[in-house]
Write a protein that binds this ligand. Structure first.
Ligand SMILES: *[C@@H]1O[C@H](CO)[C@@H](O)[C@H](O)[C@H]1NC(C)=O
Ligand SMILES: *[C@@H]1O[C@H](CO)[C@@H](O)[C@H](O)[C@H]1NC(C)=O
Ligand SMILES: *[C@@H]1O[C@H](CO)[C@@H](O)[C@H](O)[C@H]1NC(C)=O
Length: 289
């Protein structure tokens, strides 16, 4: 029997097989041996469970970092992270996307450590065509050192959505039409690092790193980006939102409610509020919806 697209039942079976195959290959891609390599502090990078988990440590000599092998242009990218526990003051654990070269684009999740029992701050920023200064900071509603949590960036031509365990905490809309920068043309790689920032990270730099506690360690897993490789995935992203539902995604009403809850209850700092820092007027995107 020939497979003819006019036969809906066969076409359906064919699609089911395709989808099954494509999700089966995902098990392979969650592995850090296939997805990432070390760029800094190799002696402090440890692959665990056959590459399912990657542990970054910082000691008195060095922090550590890894980068994704692939670069992406739009995607839904999640990293599961378990942060440095105990007294993590002075440490910064990161998960960010960045392009290379001048006028770079960058989207940051940075976790600012704290003394035992005091809350981490999740620091976010967006650079577009080399310009940053778009910080927003949040407390988390759980202990991020007790277990892995999902930190996700949805990056599509309409907006950047930052999510924590699927709860949106920040949206940066594409206002290129109004002259506001937006990461749109430059592919970015995923970077993760653990480094020392005792001069500013914790309570504005008043609390320093306790170096008697080294090594500090953070754990990453589940890196399985659903994203477009600019070189050969162009059509996947341009063409079919059935393959990439995140490509058109914007917040629905329920998510807008969650975002408002986060803004009202968890926000520590918002550059769009900081009139002392921008005496000549807030950045343009702050007044656009
Ligand atoms: C993170 O996402 C994974 C995969 O969807 C899920 O199994 C896990 O329960 C999530 N973790 C949390 C803390 O929500
Ligand atoms: C650390 O804890 C203090 C006291 O609760 C808090 O003010 C601060 O925002 C916390 N986070 C950081 C990164 O300093
Ligand atoms: C932003 O400014 C408003 C009005 O001044 C204030 O009510 C709110 O608490 C501020 N939010 C933050 C995160 O600073």
């Amino acid at each position: 029997m020939a497979l003819r697209p006019s036969n809906p039942k066969l076409l359906f079976q064919f699609l089911v097989i395709l989808i099954t195959l494509s999700s089966a290959t995902k098990f392979v891609s969650g592995n850090f041996y296939q997805q990432a390599y070390t760029i800094w502090g190799g002696q402090n990078v440890q692959y665990q469970n056959g590459g399912e988990v990657l542990a970054l440590s910082m000691d008195t000599n060095s922090g550590s970092a890894f980068v994704s092998i692939h670069e992406y242009l739009f995607g839904r990218i999640t990293m599961q992270i378990k942060l440095v526990s105990g007294n993590s003051a002075g440490t910064v654990t990161t998960f960010y996307l960045a392009s290379s070269g001048e006028s770079h684009d960058e989207v940051d999740f940075e976790f600012l450590g704290n003394q035992s029992g005091n809350p981490y701050i999740l620091h976010t920023n967006i650079f577009a065509q080399g310009k940053g200064d778009r910080e927003q900071q949040f407390y988390l509603w759980f202990d991020p050192t007790a277990d892995f949590h999902n930190y996700t960036l949805i990056w599509n031509p309409r907006n950047l959505i930052f999510l924590v365990d699927d709860v949106p905490i920040r949206v940066f809309r594409n206002h290129k039409g109004e002259g506001v920068g937006f990461p749109h043309d430059q592919p970015m790689r995923v970077y993760c690092s653990l480094w020392d920032a005792e001069n500013w990270a914790t309570q504005g730099g008043r609390v320093k790193t306790d170096w008697s506690l080294v090594p500090f360690t953070a754990y990453y897993k589940g890196f399985d980006p659903d994203a477009c490789y600019p070189a050969y995935d162009y059509y996947k992203c341009q063409w079919s939102s059935a393959w990439t539902p995140w490509y058109d995604q914007e917040l629905d009403d329920g998510q807008k409610g969650n975002l408002k809850w986060v803004n009202d209850n968890m926000m520590v700092y918002n550059y769009c509020n900081d009139t002392r820092r921008f005496p000549d007027g807030l950045p343009k995107e702050c007044t656009l919806q």
